[in-house]
Design a protein around this ligand. Structure first.
Ligand code: NAG
Ligand code: NAG
Length: 254
């Protein structure tokens, strides 16, 4: 009897210790995670030198769950190739309900409502703003002015991690990137997520977390690297959903 009682106590003590440790770990999760920042150094021209294929993302107002097919983003300098002074056209693309289903895009040239990307602070090229623009279509306006006019409606677009660094002497471009709508301020799962603490529409509108790859269907190690980096950054992976890329035909995508 005494022996059984002893084991019961040991078990209880271990359980208590575990729950205390568990609580301490949870309490350490402050959001955003300390030091959370966008990628530095960062080469925006290299970043936009080809389309990005979305492998996973949190569903948003613009890309709800039934649009998580063939999601791609392509950024084209407004002032011409290699010139970022006027920002970029943001040409998003996705299909409704199925692979190669109804195509939706933010490219005006392809019948969509054009979105723009700008860099409010040229010293921090990994922090962009993306949104509509109600001025002169951005074409004749300097980037800072576009940002000022966009600021009411634009969303933060931070490139928070990439596979390669332009400071590496062997740098030959980016293979993957993690994007968030700024710092993830809300505790979620085992980490933090973006969005609004007010909940509701504001929350959905301000959510944003994407896994981008240069390859339409990248090998498994690329996805593992995106996963490891996202965890390291303190992001909650539970909010992500898969985007279908196999079989997507991008012939008519902007
Ligand atoms: C376009 O995609 C970017 C991320 O690639 C996102 O920030 C933006 O909200 C999207 N907008 C629309 C209208 O799809
Ligand atoms: C650059 O690439 C060369 C050849 O592949 C390699 O020997 C060298 O270690 C690389 N340097 C760095 C800094 O990665």
């Amino acid at each position: 009897m005494a022996r059984t009682g002893f084991y019961v106590w040991v078990t209880v003590l271990i359980a208590l210790a575990h729950s205390t440790i568990g609580r301490e770990l949870l309490d350490q999760t402050t959001c955003p995670p300390p030091g959370f920042d966008s990628a530095k150094p960062f080469d925006l021209l290299s970043y936009i030198d080809g389309p990005w294929y979305v492998q996973k993302q949190v569903p948003t107002t613009y890309t709800p769950e039934n649009f998580l097919y063939c999601v791609r983003a392509n950024y084209i300098p407004i002032a011409g190739a290699g010139d970022l002074s006027k920002g970029v056209y943001v040409n998003n693309y996705s299909n409704k309900d199925l692979v190669n289903g109804l195509a939706v895009t933010t490219s005006k040239a392809k019948g969509g409502f054009q979105l723009y990307g700008t860099v409010p602070n040229a010293a921090i090229p990994s922090q962009l703003q993306v949104g509509p623009y109600f001025g002169d279509n951005g074409v004749t306006t300097a980037v800072s002015t576009v940002s000022a006019k966009m600021s009411d409606t634009a969303a933060n677009y931070w490139v928070v991690a990439t596979d390669a660094s332009p400071s590496d002497p062997n740098f030959s471009g980016y293979g993957w990137a993690i994007i968030t709508t700024g710092p993830p301020t809300i505790k979620s799962g085992d980490g933090c997520r973006t969005g609004s603490p007010d909940g509701g529409l504001a929350d959905v509108a301000q959510r944003g977390f994407w896994w981008f790859t240069r390859q339409q269907t990248p090998p498994a190690d690329v996805l593992l690297a995106l996963r490891a980096k996202s965890l390291e950054l303190g992001l909650d992976l539970g909010v992500l959903q898969d985007v279908q890329q196999v079989g997507c035909d991008y012939t008519d995508a902007p």
